[in-house]
Design a protein around this ligand. Sequence first.
Ligand SMILES: Cc1cc2nc3c(=O)[nH]c(=O)nc-3n(C[C@H](O)[C@H](O)[C@H](O)COP(=O)(O)O)c2cc1C
Length: 259
Amino acid sequence: MRAKLFYFSGTGNSLAAARKIAQRIDTNDINNIANFRGQEIEVNTEVVGFIFPVYFQDMPEVVKNFVNKLKFKNNPYIFAAVTCNGGPGFTLFNLDKILKSKGQMLSSGFTLTMPGNSVIILDLTSNLEIQKERLVNSEIKMDRMSKIIRKRLETGIEGEDKIKDRLEGSILGFVATKVYRAHRKFVASEKCTLCGTCQRICPESNIKVDEKVIWDNSCDLCLACFHWCPQKAIEIGNSTKSRIRYHHPGIIVKDMMLR
Ligand SMILES: Cc1cc2nc3c(=O)[nH]c(=O)nc-3n(C[C@H](O)[C@H](O)[C@H](O)COP(=O)(O)O)c2cc1C
């Protein structure tokens, strides 16, 4: 199948989903959105797919910016799978809106409930039973979704576009990005060995490691640095000391390195 997949991922859930779907629909054209920063891309495949996490019931800014710049040569079948902690909110509806502004539409929009990674709002990552169950269920759902994608069925968008979610998401997003600005709140503790992992995986290229670790101010709060630090040396203010680190069990740090 001539399909092009674009993914964004902080802790590997969306990357694992992209790989699984790619395998099921027979394509190996999988692209990390973080590698196209600022570039205009033209797609000419018959099928285009987006796989990325939900942030504050909405699309991550980096994904929004990327889709806004995309050009579609043909009229492809477009699908999206958003990975989340159970509250996809209006993410898929916003993606559809952006696509419609380009004369396209989301033919099928799926949600995949996977382990949550947001130590900022809720911490469900510590319950291993829930994690396991979600991973098993999401695999089953991806098999079902892939059959739909292969046949290019137009199943519409899963869920509802509720005003309550829009309000909640905007407030949460606004507060969190103000309170948790990386350059103010993220710190590397004395456990840090200056190994540079955080710099190499940050999808925003927002981290520099020299004699110490420095965060700049363009951060989407994907939390890749926090979760992937091999020394568990990164903290976000004082609120994360007891939080466990999470990443998808099928993804290794090398998979997350840019380019
Ligand atoms: C900053 C931030 C905000 C999040 N907001 C939501 C949300 O509104 N609803 C939800 O269900 N999950 C939310 N999550 C959880 C992630 O969407 C979920 O864990 C996702 O699968 C992570 O994907 P990744 O491993 O590819 O980065 C949030 C995570 C982060 C880091």
